[in-house]
Write a protein that binds this ligand. Structure first.
Ligand SMILES: Cc1ncc(COP(=O)(O)O)c(C=O)c1O
Length: 383
C-alpha cells in the first residue's frame, strides 16, 4: 500500500474503475507538469513532438504494435467515438456488439447510428460461459450479411470476463468484417500483443491496470486501416502535412487536438518501467489468487454464487449476490459507510454482481474484511 497514494483508511477493492497510480509514477507526472510550466513555448512547441514520439514508441512496443499504429488519446470513450463517427456506415449496415459492453462506448455507437442510420445489434453472451469457443460461437450468431463492424471488449467491465477476441477477429477478417476491440481492462492485467491479436482497431486505458495517471489512453489502428479513420476533433493536426510538413497523418490527425496537458501521456513510459519492475508474474498471480479466494469464500455464504469458471478472470472477479440483494446502490453505500470498503455493486441485466479487484497493494486481510462484511450484510435480517 505504501507504494501507492491510496487512503490507508479505505479498503480499496475497486482498482477496476479508475486504477490507482503509484507514488513514483505520480511524481514523474508532476515533474512533466512542472517542466511544461517552466517554459511553456519551448516545451509545447519545440520539445513535445520528440517526447511524444518516444513515449508512443515505448507504449507501442509494450502492446506489440508498430509505433506508427498507435496514438495517445484521453480514454477509450474518445476512441470509440472516433470510430463510430468516422467509419462509412449507413442504413444498410450493422455494428455488432455484445450485451456485456461498457455503456459509454455503446452510447457512442448508438448516437452515431441515430445520425447515420446504421443499426447497433446487441448479441447475448449468456452466463455462465463454458469455453472460449462456445463464447465465440454464441457471439457469431449475431453476424449477418449486413455486419460491417464488430465492437467487443477484451475484458468486460460489468462482468469481468475475458472474451476470445483473437478468435473473433480472425473469423471477422475471413468474413470481411472490421473489428474494434475495447481493451480498457486488458494491458497491465494480461499480456497484450496487438500484432498477434489481429484487430483492425483497438483502444485501452493506461490509467487502469498499467497504473499511469488518469487521462492516458491509446488508440490503435492497423496501418492499412488508418485511411478509414477521420479525426474526431479537427484542428492544426488535420492540416499538419501541408502546413508543417509533418509526415504521419494518422498521428497528427488524432493526437494534435489543440493545446492540452500532455503530462499523463509522457508518464506512460514511467508506468511501464514500474510495471516491469514491480508487477512481476508473481505479483499478478498473487493478485489473481486473492481475487479467486474472495470469489470462492463468498460463494460459501448461503445464497451467494460464483459466476465464471476460474480460467476466465484475472485481477477482477465476480460475486453474484442476486438472491440476497435487491438494491445494488444501497449495498454499495453500506459497504463503504459502515466498513470503508470501496467496491462496485453492479446491476447487469436482472442480476446483481459485486466486482472485486486486487493489485499489488491488496492483502488477504482486505479480502477477509470483505467476506465478513458480506456475511453481516447479506444475512437474512439485512438482505
Ligand atoms: C470496458 C470499458 N470500456 C471503456 C471504458 C471507458 O473508459 P473511459 O471512461 O476512460 O473512457 C471503461 C471504463 O471503465 C471500461 O470498463
Amino acid at each position: 500500500m505504501s507504494d501507492f497514494l491510496l487512503d490507508p483508511e479505505v479498503i480499496f477493492l475497486n482498482h477496476g474503475s479508475f486504477g490507482a497510480c503509484p507514488k513514483t509514477v505520480f511524481e514523474e507526472y508532476q515533474r512533466w507538469q512542472r517542466e511544461l510550466e517552466r517554459q511553456p513555448v519551448r516545451f509545447l512547441q519545440r520539445e513535445l513532438p520528440g517526447l511524444l514520439a518516444d513515449a508512443r514508441r515505448q507504449v507501442a512496443s509494450y502492446l506489440g504494435a508498430n509505433a506508427n499504429e498507435v496514438v495517445f488519446v484521453a480514454n477509450p470513450t474518445f476512441a470509440a467515438n472516433t470510430i463510430a463517427r468516422s467509419l462509412p456506415l449507413g442504413p444498410d449496415d450493422e455494428v455488432l456488439i455484445s450485451d456485456h459492453e461498457y455503456g459509454a462506448c455503446r452510447f457512442a455507437f448508438e448516437h452515431a447510428a441515430q445520425q447515420k442510420g446504421f443499426r447497433v445489434v446487441q448479441q447475448a453472451i449468456a452466463l455462465p460461459v463454458e469455453s472460449p469457443e462456445a463464447i465465440a460461437d454464441a457471439f457469431w450468431q449475431g453476424v449477418t450479411e449486413k455486419t460491417k463492424l464488430i465492437f467487443l471488449s477484451h475484458i468486460t467491465s460489468a462482468t469481468a470476463l475475458e472474451l476470445p477476441v483473437a478468435q473473433i477477429c480472425q473469423r471477422a477478417r475471413e468474413a470481411g468484417i472490421l473489428t474494434m476491440i475495447d481493451g480498457a481492462h486488458a494491458p497491465g492485467q494480461i499480456d497484450v500483443d496487438l500484432c498477434k491479436l489481429g484487430a483492425d482497431f483497438y483502444t485501452a486505458t493506461c490509467h487502469k491496470w498499467m497504473c499511469a495517471p488518469k487521462g492516458s489512453g491509446i488508440f490503435y489502428a492497423r496501418e492499412d486501416r488508418q485511411h478509414l479513420v477521420e479525426p474526431l476533433v479537427v484542428g492544426w493536426g488535420w492540416g499538419a502535412e501541408k502546413t508543417f510538413h509533418r509526415e504521419n497523418e494518422f498521428i497528427e490527425h488524432h493526437e494534435w487536438l489543440g493545446t492540452y496537458d500532455p503530462s499523463a501521456f509522457l508518464t506512460v513510459p514511467a508506468a511501464i518501467t514500474w510495471q516491469n519492475q514491480v508487477v512481476t508474474k508473481e505479483v499478478r498471480q498473487r493478485s489473481r489468487d486473492l481475487v479467486h479466494s474472495a470469489v470462492h469464500l463468498a460463494a460459501q455464504i448461503d445464497g451467494i454464487e460464483r459466476v465464471h469458471p476460474d480460467s476466465f478472470y484475472y485481477q477482477m472477479g465476480l460475486i453474484d449476490v442476486t438472491a440476497k440483494c435487491v438494491d445494488a446502490e444501497a449495498l454499495k453505500s453500506r459497504l463503504y459507510e459502515k466498513y470503508r470498503i470501496e467496491i462496485p455493486v453492479i446491476r447487469w441485466q436482472d442480476r446483481i454482481f459485486i466486482r472485486v479487484s486486487a493489485h499489488a497493494y491488496t492483502t488477504q486481510g482486505d479480502i477477509q474484511a470483505l467476506i465478513q462484511a458480506l456475511q453481516e450484510q447479506l444475512s437474512p435480517q439485512n438482505s
